[in-house]
Design a protein around this ligand. Structure first.
Ligand code: HEM
Length: 489
């Protein structure tokens, strides 16, 4: 009897110690669901389910919550003030971009590099490339306009017929990013270029937040079939890029603007440390995967919104025609933007309303930080919920509606909003936001000033619900492009 009693006493003491330890360890941590240790929530194996999972937790726990994925904890922070507080604390490291995990390019290894250093250098190369293109305004504009003319030609060829614009819009965007990264226009009637784009899209759309590397090893994040398809895509992309890298090394042709590969090679020639070939290719792939999909998504949202709200489309066209003289073969240029605040307001409202990158790209907490009344421990992954800022009643009237007037004052001038963060905030902010703004403005103005985009009769009110994921796309839709010059006759 005595033995049983001491046994019970021992077990009770252990339980009390464990409960106290658990309680102390979790004190001050954000609330979240209980999940199995080491396994976490399997919903995260699918990006779409993952976004719904985050939304559910947000409605249950509010702007700040924490959950487990495998052996890692993830904290999500929403609300403008919370996001600003987190970013001020400077204890964050950019967590590898999600596509790095999927591409598995080990660019970093070398005696003098470590992972964080290489990411930093690749990011510097990316910023320098963007700066070069922004300095040479006319070349960048000429590149975008070349793609606009292709788009216009394609729409004219399909005039008065229902078409999905996704393919032609994505060709245009891939070509702009291709000019920036590898200095080449991709000829999409060549099967190799088409396959290159398909493979990059496969990589972008099937990437996850990179949890698999730190998550549960024994629960597959992507199915084996999908995984082998992805590996094939990665191999193809690398094989497509390798000869281009070699050409850059041997070519003596001086370009107007050095592309990303040139910037990396110039760095290697200047500095003692070398970014190896895999590193350069990783940077190129990163730029394609970070840059193309949000730009395509937003352009598709803009055209969808114009089709859904024909009166607004008419107003945009009218505003452009009042301010800019466009003769037959001329285009609206970036220089016209100051005269067109309403157009900018429409584009910005499309960015706010559609939230193409709702959670930005993840961070890792390098030493404990505070947010609100909570602490976020070292080692957590951190997601910043930018979408929450765009949907906050404190900053926006009727945030669930699409209202370009959110961005104009009573005189029609453009208003700056602190809570408008389509390109993120802090050290991971999109370094290409000025280029992206130019692309959106030039493509948008030059398509709607030449075409009336109408919804097909069988679907007069196309849905505004999104295809959820790391990048939010509109659901697939069709438009009928009517050339305005035909309508005038
Ligand atoms: C409308 C189009 C675009 C949108 C909405 C967008 C949005 C974003 C956002 C939200 C982030 C993450 C910011 C954060 O987490 O704080 C980001 C990062 C980034 N974006 Fe963009 N972006 C766009 C276009 C582009 C383009 C055209 C390029 C390049 C050609 C580009 C390259 C990058 C890069 C390199 C990063 C950093 C990725 C990293 O830290 O791993 N983006 N962008």
């Amino acid at each position: 009897m005595e033995t049983i009693l001491s046994y019970i006493l021992f077990l009770t003491s252990v339980a009390v110690i464990l409960v106290t330890f658990f309680f102390m360890k979790n004190r001050g941590l954000p609330k979240g669901p209980w999940t199995l240790p080491f396994i976490g929530d399997t919903a995260l194996s699918d990006n779409k389910k993952f976004i719904f999972f985050l939304r559910n937790l947000e409605s249950k726990y509010g702007h700040i919550f924490r959950f487990r994925q495998g052996s890692r904890h993830v904290t999500a922070v929403g609300g403008l003030e919370n996001i600003k507080q987190v970013l001020e604390q400077k204890s964050l490291l950019p967590y590898c971009h999600w596509s790095n995990y999927i591409t598995k390019v080990q660019a970093i290894q070398g005696p003098s590099w470590n992972g964080d250093e290489l990411l930093k250098v690749l990011s510097q190369m990316s910023t320098q490339t963007a700066d070069n293109f922004l300095k040479e305004k006319s070349t960048l504009e000429a590149t975008i306009l070349e793609e606009v003319r292709f788009l216009q030609r394609e729409l004219s060829a399909d005039k008065c017929r229902p078409i999905s614009m996704l393919n032609i819009v994505s060709d245009a965007v891939y070509n702009i990013v291709s000019a920036i990264t590898i200095g080449e226009r991709l000829e999409f009637d060549r099967p190799s270029c088409r396959r290159f784009k398909q493979c990059l899209q496969e990589i972008s759309r099937n990437s996850n937040f990179g949890f698999s590397e730190n998550g549960v090893g024994f629960l597959p994040q992507v199915s084996p079939k999908k995984s082998s398809k992805l590996q094939d895509s990665i191999k193809y992309v690398q094989e497509f890029l390798e000869p281009r890298l070699t050409n850059h090394k041997t070519s003596l042709v001086k370009k107007e603007i050095p592309d990303y590969i040139d910037v990396c090679l110039n760095y290697n020639a200047r500095e003692g440390k070398i970014i190896n070939d895999e590193g350069i290719l990783q940077g190129v792939i990163n730029l394609f995967t970070s840059g193309c999909e949000p730009t395509i998504s937003l352009t598709m949202w803009l055209f969808l919104l114009m089709t859904r709200y024909p009166e607004l489309q008419k107003k945009c066209r009218h505003v452009i025609s009042m301010q800019v003289q466009i003769r037959d073969d001329e285009c609206v240029s970036w220089g016209a933007r100051d005269k067109l605040p309403f157009i900018f307001a429409t584009i910005q409202e499309a960015q706010r309303f559609s939230n193409p990158v709702p959670y930005g790209y993840p961070y890792e907490v390098s030493s404990e930080i505070e947010v609100g009344n909570y602490r976020i421990p070292e080692g957590d992954l951190l997601l910043l919920n930018y979408r929450s800022c765009h949907m906050d009643y404190t900053y926006w009237k009727r945030p669930a509606e699409f209202r370009p007037e959110n961005f104009t004052d009573s005189d029609g001038d453009l208003i700056h909003h602190e809570a408008f963060l389509p390109y993120g905030l802090g050290h991971r902010t999109c370094g290409y936001k000025n280029i992206a703004d130019q692309v959106l403005f030039i493509v948008f103005t030059n398509i709607i000033s030449k075409f009336n985009l109408r919804a097909p009769e069988d679907n007069p009110n196309p849905s505004l619900t999104a295809e959820e994921g790391l990048i939010r796309y509109p659901k697939s839709y069709h438009v009928i492009p009517y050339p305005l010059e035909d309508e005038k006759q």
